[in-house]
Design a binder for this molecule. Structure first.
Ligand SMILES: Cc1cc2nc3c(=O)[nH]c(=O)nc-3n(C[C@H](O)[C@H](O)[C@H](O)COP(=O)(O)OP(=O)(O)OC[C@H]3O[C@@H](n4cnc5c(N)ncnc54)[C@H](O)[C@@H]3O)c2cc1C
Length: 321
């Protein structure tokens, strides 16, 4: 455990110095949890920080535990097992190597497997819950346990893990074909020393051009090009952000980004933060924004939507005070 800037652990690049632990194994993770309990410290478990807004002045009573170094890829009784720290976007690469097109939706999806399961991340007409088999977690008593996908109460951007103090360790996935041992070794090499909390770095590493070269893949399915084009056209990787700040309100029926656009709030600025000109649901950090800058814009959008349409949009981003 070290005192480190949380900004280096978040795609928002926001967050002051805090106690940070980055366990490489379940054994190390359990030790940190025991240490925190013994010293009456609270813990915040996270992955890559692509859906988290950290405080500028973090509480000394917390240990921030990133599972981004919990990297394991295995075949477990005929199923693919990925540990919590594996980048979600690697699923699309595994899809290419195993002819499993149901994994392609994760192409260039920021974040980790742990975060993806916790949030039931979704995009391009698919969501995490559709590809999962069993989820392994550390329970309240620091014991490894597992739960079947069907018992995880998955729904739009929600899961059972949002209602328990469980730490997701990894999961098995339903794949049509088995991952070959040689490909597993290549995948692990591909992940070596990558800082994917830096969105530009993430894009450069997981873009089609680099995947094609690294894995020597001749033909890439069209859908991956479409996804890459779509994310690039919305400038997802040009500035630090957390992706969409708000959930959509399906009862209302119009995506939050479109409502923000209709209200003329695109481009609204506070300090170093700005409502993206390209996507109404993105608030970007264009110049050393603080947590308060982002929260200010969140509140202005909530106020605007409440006044005009009578409901307050629920933030998707996890705001840590
Ligand atoms: C440019 C951009 C585009 C994005 N596009 C999409 C999109 O298309 N669709 C989408 O759904 N999301 C999108 N996101 C949001 C984000 O990528 C996902 O929510 C992602 O799954 C979060 O993973 P993470 O590891 O970064 O989570 P973190 O931000 O690290 O954590 C998010 C939450 O999950 C919890 N958590 C994380 N890991 C664990 C674990 N192992 N055990 C228990 N709890 C855990 C944390 O406590 C926190 O509450 C985007 C983000 C960015 C920056």
């Amino acid at each position: 455990m070290k005192n480190l800037f949380l900004s280096d652990f978040s795609t928002y690049r926001i967050g002051g110095v805090a106690k940070v632990a980055i366990p490489k194994s379940i054994f190390e993770l359990k030790k940190i949890i025991k240490y925190a309990k013994k010293n009456k410290l609270k813990t915040y478990i996270f992955g890559v920080g692509s859906n988290t807004l950290f405080p500028d002045d973090p509480s000394p009573d917390y240990i921030f535990i990133s599972l981004k170094n919990l990297i394991k890829i295995n075949n477990k009784r005929g199923k693919l097992f990925l540990s919590a720290g594996v980048p979600s976007a690697l699923l699309a690469v595994i899809g290419l190597l195993t002819d499993s097109e149901e994994l392609f939706f994760t192409h260039l999806l920021p974040g980790s497997i742990g975060g993806g399961i916790f949030m039931n991340a979704r995009c391009y007409n698919n969501e995490f819950c559709n590809i999962l088999d069993k989820i392994y977690y550390l329970d309240e008593n620091n014991k490894v346990n597992f739960i079947e996908q069907k018992n995880c109460s998955f729904a739009y951007k929600s899961s059972i893990f949002q209602h328990h103090k469980w730490i997701i360790l990894g999961a098995t996935f339903n794949l049509k074909n088995r991952l070959k041992l040689a490909d597993k070794v290549k995948l692990l090499l591909f992940l070596k020393s990558q800082d994917i909390s830096d969105l530009m770095n993430f894009y450069n590493h997981f873009c089609i051009k680099n995947i094609k070269n690294f894995f020597n893949i001749k033909k890439i399915p069209e859908i991956l090009y479409l996804i890459e084009k779509d994310r690039a056209s919305k400038h997802h990787f040009d500035y630090p952000s957390c992706g969409s700040v708000f959930k959509n309100n399906y009862d209302f029926g119009v995506p939050t980004g479109k409502i923000v656009d209709e209200l003329g709030l695109k481009g609204l600025t506070k300090g170093g933060a700005k409502v993206s000109d390209f996507h109404g649901n993105f608030i970007i950090n264009f110049d050393k924004a603080t947590q308060n800058d982002i929260i200010y814009l969140i509140e202005r959008i909530q106020e605007g939507i409440k006044n005009k349409y009578g409901f307050v949009p629920e933030p998707e981003v996890r705001i840590i005070k």
